[in-house]
Design a protein. Structure first.
Length: 472
């Protein structure tokens, strides 16, 4: 859901406005959100207060294995892989792995599981209504295998369902990913953790505080066992978390592995569309587009192929081409709200915010219960300087999706620009609760605290932002 490029531009604008305003004070008490109450899936010492050791006992943790480098690529991305978790408590659950979309993550996970690395490791951080995190042999949230590897964001694999399995990380550091052995399993959809925007375009994961997590699997059996994992806050726990007894990896033939994609005969537009989807799933977007070209040539009245090709063009940053495809899809089927929303996003990327608003209006008319068009229209109004209108749209987006972190952030920006600092603080508090590693939010909240004359809170937030990599 986040739209990071717009966020950064607005952040800069808000900071400039705040710096020109006279300082004001407030006697109202402020209750900070405790770090231990903030849930997110990351592998950073800041999960425990100021990197201090957790008070929970870790004596029963397994002997820690470390490796000098990432394992060699031993998986076959054309095959299927599942991982069955056997818990010390007696239950078990199985996840399907995604070797095509996340070969580095799956290869590392399979290697570590087969080497017994995860045997005895606990679910050290389990947050109700969010996720269960494991993979740290120290049980503190700061451990790993001794190597890191890069993110593998895919617009085809998102945190959009219960039971999504994803890599925990500490953000991009020095241009490199920080994925290791830690992973998490979601209890609810958490699309704000995606490495791509809703329209499929990639986030700039190098921006400090940006949430970019690699989805590498999903639970296909035993979600009831996952839901029963004991809740645990590592900063307050007095006992270890539920332990993994072992993980059994099963390798099999992929349903389409018997014949390479390029060799599968294509007779109808449906065949070409399926091949296009397979190429897109494998990350080869140019070949996917070429096959959608053929599907459209054979059946120029199928709006879904135009929509799918438009998403791929947008993912590649070719917004004009994307708009052409959305135009045609809408001409064929003018009742599909998602096409209007996606075309509006493309217009907004091109700086045509007023035109974008027209599309968001239509998307909302067709599907008034979808939070995304309200959020996107709010961004467009922000770009136009219509802050009250933007706030109204962010209100609606949050009403429809209370977990919409960027809606809180951008509404806070609008309130800050309007000088309504207390309201801005409330929104930044909620944004931080939902994404406690967003350096931008800490920094901007710190500036707002300065305007309220709360120097202690301001200093803490600005220091936290710098710790997370913000460079003012």
């Amino acid at each position: 859901m986040p739209n990071r490029p717009i966020r950064i531009a607005l952040f800069a604008a808000a900071a400039a406005v705040i710096s020109l305003l006279a300082a004001c004070s407030s006697d109202e008490p402020v209750t900070a959100v405790p770090a231990s109450d903030i849930g997110t899936a990351v592998t950073t010492p800041t999960q425990t207060p100021q990197s201090e050791p957790t008070s929970a006992p870790i004596a029963q943790q397994p002997a820690i294995k470390t490796y000098t480098s990432s394992p060699p690529m031993t998986i076959d991305v054309a095959k299927s892989y599942t991982a069955t978790f056997q818990m010390e408590t007696g239950g078990e659950f199985t996840i399907e792995l995604y070797p095509k979309e996340a070969p580095l993550a799956v290869n590392s996970f399979v290697f570590l599981a087969r080497d017994g690395y995860y045997d005895g490791i606990t679910f050290h951080r389990v947050i109700a209504g969010f996720m269960a995190q494991s993979g740290d042999p120290t049980g503190t949230g700061s451990g790993g295998p001794g190597y890191n590897f890069d993110n593998e964001p895919s617009p085809l694999r998102r945190h959009d369902t219960v039971g999504t399995v994803s890599m925990a990380n500490a953000g991009v550091r020095n241009g490199l990913g920080t994925n290791g052995s830690q992973f998490f399993i979601t209890f609810v959809p958490t699309t704000f953790l995606d490495g791509n925007e809703p329209d499929g375009t990639p986030k700039d994961c190098s921006i400090p505080g940006t949430s970019c997590h690699t989805v590498f699997g999903r639970v296909i059996e035993g979600m009831d066992v996952v839901n029963s994992i004991s809740l645990r806050d590592p900063a307050r726990a007095t006992a270890p978390g539920d332990a993994i007894k072992t993980i059994i990896i099963t390798e099999g033939e992929s349903p389409s592995a018997s014949k390479p994609i390029a060799e599968q005969p294509a007779i109808t537009s449906v065949d070409y569309a399926q091949i296009a989807y397979d190429y897109a799933e494998a990350g080869d977007y140019q070949k996917a587009i070429a096959n959608y070209d053929e599907a459209i040539r054979l059946d120029p009245k199928d709006d879904l192929n135009y929509s799918a090709r438009g998403v791929l063009y947008a993912f590649l940053g070719q917004y004009e081409r994307a708009i052409q495809d959305y135009d045609e899809a809408i001409r064929i089927d003018p009742q599909y709200a998602e096409d209007y929303n996606n075309r509006g996003v493309a217009y907004n990327h091109l700086g045509l915010s007023e035109r974008a608003i027209q599309d968001f209006d239509e998307a909302i008319r067709l599907d008034p219960k979808d939070a995304i068009p309200y959020y996107n229209r709010g961004n467009a109004y922000l770009n136009l300087g219509q802050y009250e209108r933007a706030i109204q749209d962010f209100d609606e987006a949050i009403l429809l999706d209370p977990q919409y972190e960027d809606a809180y952030y951008n509404r806070g920006v609008a309130y800050a620009i309007l000088g309504q600092y207390e309201r801005a603080i409330q929104d930044f508090d909620e944004a931080i609760r939902l994404d406690p590693l967003d350096a931008d939010t800490y920094y901007l909240r710190g500036l707002v605290y300065e305007e309220l004359g709360k120097s202690t809170e301001a200093e803490l937030d600005i220091a936290k932002a710098k710790e997370l990599g913000h460079d003012p």
